[in-house]
Design a protein around this ligand. Sequence first.
Ligand code: ATP
Ligand code: MG
Length: 306
Amino acid sequence: MGRVIAVANQKGGVGKTTTAINLAASLAAAEVPTLLVDCDPQSNSTSGFGFTRDANRLNTYDVLMGAVAAADVLQPTAVETLWAIPAHKNLIGANVELVATERREYRLRDAIAPIRDRFQFIVLDCPPALDLLTLNALVAADSVLIPMQAEYFALEGVSELLDTMERIRQSLNPALEIEGVVLTMFDERTNLAQQVASELRNFFGDKVCVATIPRNVRLAEAPSHGKPALLYDVRSKGAESYIRLAKELMDHAVRRSQPAPAPGAHPAPVLVPEPADIQPTRVTTIELQVEPNEPATVAAEHGSND
Ligand code: ATP
Ligand code: MG
């Protein structure tokens, strides 16, 4: 069964879409079948993958309204093992139209159930609101990845999301976990960023991802070219950092699949499949070596049709 990860934070502009696009692309680049679902009427992850605005293309709205099966909406992307369910601004209507429907919070969960086993990861890009769309994503998800900027009041902003998650756990989705908190637009050279990061580690413990995402202009430029950063500039710090984040989440998946160690026993060593020899697309060949706590070494050969 695919792991469904909602990328959520009701605060706007914290890097949800940038994380959803680049995480999904990096997972798929390791030849892991991955699906990106755009759950945001702003449709930024849709345009970030180069899909044009097309009101006639089936999208998340049609899936949520039950007009079409999710399997019939899957779109291939430039990364071979990555598919997308695009959004359109008409998705905003679902927030209102779903209110009166049955199982309104379960619409996304029910819709993706038949295709879950086709993918190892399903990444949901959420809007910046705790609305019915985000609620659907949190009910459909196994876990939540929370992008956060290292700002002084970072924790205050996230308390509402954590309260919502707690309420969802109590009723609609008891198994919902925190996948991780990922620091975005992170500048490790500043004292403030270091202080906030350590405050977050005190609060969230090992839920704070080891991989941090630096502020990197390539990450901001890539969507205007309709590409994830690893197809736009694989050598950029931004692309490297998301490849490291993807590896960390694959590592979580390996850990979960191992039986719990007997009480008192040393935990078994974790064998993480190295995402070496990644061949994400027809246009780029990447060899990736990531050592724990070492910068990633990424070498790319661009193909002829780039
Ligand atoms: P919204 O809440 O509106 O959905 P969001 O949380 O999805 O926003 P993004 O759209 O990913 O946030 O990012 C907000 C802006 O910051 C975008 O212009 C994006 O290109 C830029 N950005 C995000 N992450 C980075 C980064 N690591 N380095 C540089 N720019 C970034
Ligand atoms: Mg967004």
